[in-house]
Design a protein around this ligand. Structure first.
Ligand code: PMP
Length: 428
């Protein structure tokens, strides 16, 4: 039998860290990753046949669970007609119609192949449209690995303590201003000083790459006002929150309208897809209708569009988000009760189907609080859960995701595992 260990040994000789994306390597939590052989519903099975209840969901896309027949069958139908055309295809039009209908702030959209591409393109548009160069981002927010964003970034960059990656030219990093998340006064001061040079502000409206931190009341509204006042574009990076915290994303959940929005993950149903869109007058500046260049050989790929459209059909079912939020609440309330029962300092955050777990007594609302939580305890808890067949994100700085495939029994099994894992983690 192929073992996880054997595969990881081979992989490490062939790929940096043995992986194609850093957090997968378990560097932050220690130990070795498992290799998935198949996935279905709420579960992953590794190559050794062990089953895990999965709260990562391919880092967000699998909101209806893995291998959903509706999505799989749509892909199977699409594949029969060829894999890529390099010409326009009907599914792209349906996709654009669906996105613009579900997200009222988006008049026009452009499909790309990843969240990174979406955010890189959105800031190019912000710069091109305003004629300004500075971008504002928030400490601990992650927007993909574009040069402009690897400045005080979250996710793997945060885990590894390399907030600014070598290879990002200083001249480039100098154009990215960073400010504390959830601190409106700090953002106001920054805009007072640099406002006339700021092209756009990009934010994860619910931060999901420094664990999960919702915006404070009025915070997003405050940022909207700042951008409007200073003529900068407000860009919501909804790669994670889009179609996740609500059908209309965080902008619907919090009632704040951005100028541009970026998407990824769910919009592709598990295929490599991203998108950016927004106001018509802005999007019309993108080539070929305007001068700001952005392109993609595989963008709008027919198979990827079929997967994404099938996914977007499923999440429009009545009551879908209420049920998802209720399941998520069952999980986070349950974990809190387990931790309280064990006398372990613990708190949770949750918005829709997205959650965060923190080994601290404080309710976490800032990057500073998130990084001050007990990550060593988290790491032991993570491994305890893994042993007991529950897969959490392998880092204390990633949000977790619940899918509609997680049953009440799955949650109950997770809480049972958590009892054992917390006891073991506390014992050290
Ligand atoms: N923005 C956010 C908010 C993300 O969470 C991510 C990925 N986790 C990205 C952008 C980058 O997306 P991708 O990994 O598809 O390039």
């Amino acid at each position: 039998m192929t073992t996880n260990h054997d595969l990881f040994q081979r992989a490490q000789q062939l790929m940096p860290g043995g992986v194609n994306s850093p957090v997968r390597a378990f560097k932050s939590v220690g130990g070795e990753p498992f290799f998935t052989a198949r996935a279905d519903g709420a579960y992953l099975w590794d190559v050794e046949g062990k089953r895990y209840i999965d709260y990562v969901g391919s880092w967000g896309p699998m909101i209806v669970g893995h291998n959903h027949p509706h999505v799989r069958e749509a892909v199977e139908r699409a594949v029969k007609n060829g894999l890529s055309y390099g010409t326009p295809c009907p599914a792209e039009v349906t996709m654009a119609e669906t996105i613009t209908r579900l997200i009222p702030s988006i008049d026009m959209v452009r499909m790309v192949n990843s969240g990174t591409e979406a955010t890189m393109s959105a800031i190019r548009l912000a710069r091109g449209a305003t004629g300004r160069n500075l971008i504002v981002k928030f400490e601990g927010c992650y927007h993909g690995h574009g040069d402009s964003f690897l400045v005080k970034a979250g996710s793997g960059a945060l885990t590894f303590g390399v907030p600014t990656s070598p290879g990002v030219p200083k001249a480039n990093a100098d154009l990215t201003l960073t400010v504390a998340y959830n601190d409106l006064d700090a953002a106001t001061r920054l805009f007072d000083e640099h406002g006339r040079d700021i092209a756009g502000l990009i934010i994860e409206p619910v931060a999901g790459n420094m664990n999960c931190i919702p915006p404070k009341d009025g915070y997003l509204q405050g940022l909207r006002e700042l951008c409007t006042k200073h003529g900068a574009l407000l860009i919501f990076d909804e790669v994670m929150t889009g179609f996740r915290v609500a059908l209309g994303g965080a902008q619907a959940y919090y009632g704040v309208t951005p100028d541009l929005t970026t998407f990824g993950k769910i919009i592709g149903g598990g295929m490599p897809v991203g998108a950016y869109g927004g106001r018509r007058d802005l999007m019309q500046q993108i080539a070929p209708s305007g001068p700001i260049y952005q392109a993609g050989t595989l963008s709008g790929n027919p198979v990827a569009m079929a997967a994404g459209l099938a996914m977007l059909e499923l999440i429009q079912a009545p009551g879908f988000y209420d049920q998802l939020a209720a399941r998520t609440r069952l999980l986070t309330d349950g974990l809190q009760a387990v931790a309280d029962g064990e006398g372990i300092p613990f708190s949770t955050n949750r918005v829709g189907g997205m959650f965060g777990l923190f080994f601290t007594r404080e309710k976490v609302a800032s990057y500073a609080q998130a990084t001050a939580a007990d990550t060593a305890l988290f790491n032991r808890f993570f491994h305890g859960m893994l042993e007991r067949g529950v897969y959490l994100a392998p880092s204390a700085f990633e949000a977790g995701f619940v899918s509609s495939a997680h049953s009440e029994q799955d949650i109950a099994d997770t809480l049972e595992a958590a009892r054992g894992a917390m006891r073991a983690a506390r014992a050290g």
